[in-house]
Design a binder for this molecule. Sequence first.
Ligand code: ATR
Length: 286
Amino acid sequence: MSEQGAPTYVGLIGWPVAHSRSPAMHNAAFRALGLNWHYLLLPVVPEDVGDAVRGIRALRFAGCNVTVPHKQAVVPFLDEVSPTARAIGAVNTILNRDGRLMGENTDAEGFLRALREAGFEPRGQQALVIGAGGAARAVVYALLRAGANVWLTNRTQARAIALAEAMQGVGHTPPRLVPFARQAVQTTLETVSLLVNATSVGMVPHTEAVPLPEGVRLPAHLTVNDLVYTPRQTRLLRLTADAGARPVDGVGMLLHQGAAAFEQWTGHPAPLDVMRAALEDALRHS
Ligand code: ATR
């Protein structure tokens, strides 16, 4: 129920949120479709998460995106959480369906759409994922559901073990652990066809950092998807190109997780070209 002709609001709950490119991407899409919708930045400190989520209902927002550090904290305040979001253990999108708040996760879907758009079909492939945080959980879930065999490595092995355990039963085989050490990672890279960096290593301001153990060489047969998008061209992706392997940057996942949220909120197909151009423009001017 909304007032005739009244604007519809969505936004991003997080702390901090000022750096986000999501308003540029979504507002461009709303304009392109002639929708009187508006995407707002909603900085919310951790102790206010419950009030903020209840506010979605009270203020009749159509929904929200959720980012760090609230992706898990919003869950107790929602009426329902999708099986995907529950398996990943994080909500990045809330939908307000006539006052019922539904938690979704579009990161996994966004990652898969971006990978496929880059020409990589994960079904039946071997993939090595680096990382064990929220991004890694979405990627591992997506790859397992898409029928890939997943190898997992992380600086802190206990977190990789916890992630692998949480993903039991998602694919036909659980993720296999690889010690975060030069020889073990090198051997794995010789057998996999996809490497995904799901850590924050290489992000500004530490742009010279590479998420691999010292001395690891990238084989030329690899596709390397770095989820870091600031900078767009990370050192890992430069090394990938230098090795004759195929780099895939992190902008695609950012775009497609947004497009999937847009589609769920509005019911319209996302105007991908408009969203991509707005996103790239926002990234260039930051
Ligand atoms: P997110 O939810 O964005 O994935 P996170 O939960 O903080 O963020 O996880 C960050 C990931 O980057 C983790 O896998 C982390 O490794 P640890 O589990 O060992 O902390 C990884 N990471 C961050 N800084 C790192 C560094 N300097 N070297 C190696 N891994 C790093």
